[in-house]
Design a protein around this ligand. Structure first.
Ligand code: GLN
Length: 204
């Protein structure tokens, strides 16, 4: 791809502005999207955190669920953070009875996995596949976060919790051009996750 890729941020709910800022910082042309017609111009899309039940209901109301699901299936790169990770999961646990997802990543994600006692927390996580390869640990911010219970054979585990009661739990994954984190990389100054996603979009 020549020039800056155009990366959308699904702007139905959640911290859209922070994602736009990070993507621009990484050299992308970043745009907020909420209508089906706006999907056509995208080289990639970020699905932000928020409340997954609300986001999917709004996506249905804006009639974006079906066209976006099809684009993901056809290979549009996507990066889901927190609720966005839930939306990219093929299977979820702890969802509401009627909760659906866009799907795309062969994984089972547990909503609100860390429990009420630890609503929000921060942890240092070592992530694989970042540039530079063996860089410093990532300062990850978790807010009523999910974790990944299990992944299929084609899914790369990018990061896990280290230490504490959730030791070893998967919090970052990649399957082909789909990337997802339990945490909120848009809420720190560390742009390495967005840079990784930009390079996936550019195909480099
Ligand atoms: N707990 C939320 C959900 O289930 C996700 C929280 C977040 O995105 N910060 O959708």
């Amino acid at each position: 791809m020549s020039g800056s890729p155009t990366i959308g941020v699904l702007a139905l709910q959640g911290d859209v502005r922070e994602h736009l800022r990070m993507l621009e910082h990484c050299g992308a042309h970043a745009v907020a999207v909420r209508r089906p017609a706006e999907l056509d111009m995208l080289d990639g899309i970020v699905i932000p955190g928020g409340e997954s039940t609300t986001i999917i209901k709004l996506a249905d109301a804006f009639e974006i669920t079906e066209p976006l699901g099809k684009l993901l299936h056809d290979g549009l790169p996507a990066f889901g953070t927190c609720a966005g990770m839930i939306l990219l999961a093929d299977r979820i646990q702890g969802g509401t009875a009627d909760q659906t997802t866009l799907g795309g990543i062969d994984m089972t994600v547990r909503r609100n996995a860390f429990g009420r006692q630890v609503d929000s927390f921060e942890a240092m996580v070592h992530l694989r596949g970042l540039d530079p390869g063996a860089g410093p640990a990532y300062h990850a911010v978790f807010i009523r976060a999910p974790w990944v219970e299990s992944v299929g054979d084609g899914v790369d585990v990018v990061g896990r919790i280290e230490g504490g009661p959730a030791d070893g739990r998967i919090v970052a994954v990649r399957e082909g051009r789909l990337l997802a984190t339990s945490f909120h990389p848009e809420l720190t100054e560390d742009a390495r996750m967005h840079a990784l996603f930009s390079s996936i979009v550019k195909g480099t």
